[in-house]
Design a protein around this ligand. Structure first.
Ligand code: GLA
Length: 382
């Protein structure tokens, strides 16, 4: 698989993308070539583009900055479309204050304790940006990089190839890492993410996507009434810095038991020390299926008010469920509404946090000659 930088195909903007809604009624659309438009400019003049994709009953917009899903629209049970992902309507807010809204995360999704690890006997110190720890690849992670984007149509699928090369030493990580992420919208309206990476030195990699979901629509209020199911009997408790202690604790009899769907709000205020530390849910669930060759079902999210559902499948062994604990009303979305604590949740497929420092966790080490490959599929319904 070629991972080299490619040229964005010119003329994609010329292709038409017909609106799927006529008079408020939803119609399935066939996949059409993604359409590119200017979204804004960075302070140094770099142009940031927005790519519009539609297939089945899903429409999304993706930015060349951070590979960010800037909006994702799906219909409710009456065919009414809403944007179900939090974001901004301008590039300045993404640069200045985004808590990873919709972004691609790398090189290492989630935390590495003190930003330190040892590989092949050599100690590494990566960028520390979350108290004493490194979070989501450091202060200038993949969410803040400009990606090369190439659109495609393949049979009934449409999508984007996103390319980024992270140079040796970037944010302290060893090796030049060539990354290719494929966003595919299938004719069923599923959004599939395929991640690939290669390195020229032994390194660690853990890529994910950080969409903030609110299936009632961004800016519509709390997700505490959303029902969530996670196919996991264990989770990884953390210390006060949200670094796993190493224990794989049973969810049985605790607020962390989502094996049967339950409203997120049901136990979120339980006086459980792990919920008090994290100000809600912000933990890694150890998926019962383990690492699988093909994506397997791991979680279902449902908003009873609209009927919208999200089903997720992955071949990753872990899922970070974050209940939007740090949203504090200071950010305003594209609909003009502020985002408060619990107004969205993230479901980040991943290897476990701080794996480089836990020999008992599945490894995140990538060596020269190997190709990192993971897939996550989001299926929408109502
Ligand atoms: C992840 C982390 C959270 C938080 C968010 C971003 O989900 O687990 O603790 O840092 O990202 O705000």
């Amino acid at each position: 698989m070629e991972l080299s930088r490619r040229t964005v195909i010119a003329g994609a903007a010329a292709a038409g993308l017909t609106a799927a809604t006529v008079g408020g009624t939803a119609h399935a659309t066939g996949g059409r070539k993604p359409v590119k438009s200017l979204f804004g400019k960075l302070a140094d003049g770099t142009k940031i583009y927005s790519w519009a994709l539609a297939n089945g009953r899903t429409r999304m917009k993706v930015l060349s900055y951070g590979g960010i899903v800037q909006s994702l629209e799906i219909p409710d049970r009456h065919g009414r479309y809403k944007n179900v992902s939090l974001g901004f309507d301008n590039i300045e807010d993404y640069v200045a204050s985004s808590p990873y809204f919709g972004a691609l995360i790398g090189r290492y999704g989630n935390r590495i304790g003190k930003g330190q690890f040892t590989l092949d006997g050599k100690k590494y110190q990566v960028n520390v940006n979350d108290g004493a720890n490194s979070l989501h690849g450091g202060a200038q992670g993949f969410d803040k990089r400009v990606w090369d984007i190439e659109p495609f149509t393949k049979g009934s699928d449409v999508g984007l190839y996103l390319y980024y090369t992270s140079v040796d030493g970037e944010m302290g990580y060893p090796g030049t890492l060539k990354v290719k992420v494929t966003y595919t919208l299938t004719k069923q309206g599923d959004w599939r993410i395929d991640y690939e990476a290669t390195t020229d030195k032994t390194t660690v990699v853990n890529l994910t996507s950080h969409v903030y979901w609110n299936l009632a629509g961004e800016g519509s209020g709390t997700i505490e009434d959303h029902e969530l199911q996670i196919a996991a009997s264990r989770y990884t408790p953390t210390d006060s810095g949200l670094i796993p202690t190493g224990e794989l604790a049973k969810v049985s009899g605790t607020p962390f038991d989502f094996r049967k769907a339950k409203p997120i709000g049901r136990d979120i205020r339980a006086a459980h020390p792990q919920l008090i530390t994290a100000k809600g849910f912000d933990h890694n669930w150890v998926l019962d299926k383990g690492i699988t060759a093909q994506p397997a079902h791991i979680a279902t999210l449902r908003d009873p008010s609209s009927g919208r559902t999200l089903r997720m499948a992955t071949n990753e062994p872990g899922l970070q469920f974050y209940s939007g604990n740090f949203l504090d009303g200071t950010l305003t979305g594209p609909g003009g509404r502020t985002y408060r604590q619990g107004d969205a949740l993230c479901l980040e497929t991943q290897h476990f946090p701080d794996s480089p420092n836990h020999a008992s966790f599945p490894t995140t080490v990538l060596k020269p000659g190997q190709t990192y490959r993971t897939t996550t599929v989001h299926s929408f319904g109502c």
